[in-house]
Design a protein around this ligand. Structure first.
Ligand SMILES: *Cc1c(COP(=O)(O)O)cnc(C)c1O
Length: 236
């Protein structure tokens, strides 16, 4: 095969996403590929952009702030925050990112709303669900009072716009082990969607990483977050 390694990797990931979609009777166009670019240098992010990738995921405010000047001028590129966000960094996150996928408390959602209001922007956000109910893990527990507080709050907001759910399931080397968590997220999404809450959309299901994105697509992912399978092993 010709082209750079990143180019080949992206082509392969896209093919695997499409094949998984077809297996599940889904249209491959319904699934968006996010290249997770945390720890990756700007020039390699530009290389992925040149291969047609427009959506990138970063997990640290400070790291992305440092890289962002070197990433200017990528027309149409969107950068999403997918890592744990402390409230004292929410203002910077709102000014740097096109979306925050890791919102896991009503307090954080409310902070994002006020910073987005100050800037007079609408910021799409996802609610991160701790599907495995793991201690020490980011995300709000499914069926929890905190999730209910977040949904009730979301219905009142004018600037932070809830678009769906995100999860990082418990890690297992066997991708099949993640299936039940992906299914759980889809079922939760369907249950919330049925309630028709004002200003709450449940269109986005962000789930699946390098080792399990095909299973996630089979279970209904509309966005997969792939780092290693595109950029190779991370140095740190
Ligand atoms: C790092 C990361 C990914 C991508 O992980 P890979 O295994 O490298 O594909 C996806 N989602 C989140 C939240 C991450 O932090």
């Amino acid at each position: 095969m010709s082209g750079t390694q990143i180019e080949r990797n992206i082509a392969q990931v896209r093919e695997r996403v499409a094949a998984a979609a077809r297996r599940a009777g889904r249209n491959p166009d319904e699934i968006e590929l996010m290249a997770v670019s945390k720890t990756i240098a700007a020039e390699r992010i530009r290389e992925a952009y040149a291969c047609g990738v427009r959506l990138f995921g970063e997990n640290r405010v400070q790291e992305f702030e440092a890289k962002s000047a070197a990433l200017s001028g990528l027309s149409g590129a969107r950068f999403h925050m997918i890592g744990r966000l402390q409230r004292n960094k929410a203002a910077r996150a709102v000014s740097l990112f096109h979306s925050i996928e890791s919102v896991d408390s009503a307090r954080l959602l409310s902070a994002i709303e006020s910073y987005a209001a100050e800037r007079r922007v609408t910021l799409p956000v996802l609610i991160e669900i701790n599907t495995g109910n793991e201690e020490q893990k980011a995300g709000v527990a499914p069926q929890s009072p905190e999730l209910e507080r977040m949904l009730a709050l979301a219905a009142e907001l004018q600037h932070a716009s809830v678009q769906g759910l995100m999860t990082v399931p418990p890690y297992g080397s066997d991708p099949e082990a993640a299936r039940r968590y992906f299914r759980q997220l889809r079922e939760l999404r369907d249950a919330v969607a049925r309630r028709n809450l004002p200003r709450v959309s449940m269109d986005v299901l962000s789930m699946g990483m390098s080792h399990d994105f095909e299973v996630a697509v089979e279970e209904g992912a509309t966005r997969v977050r792939v780092g290693t399978a595109i950029f190779g092993e991370r140095q740190r």
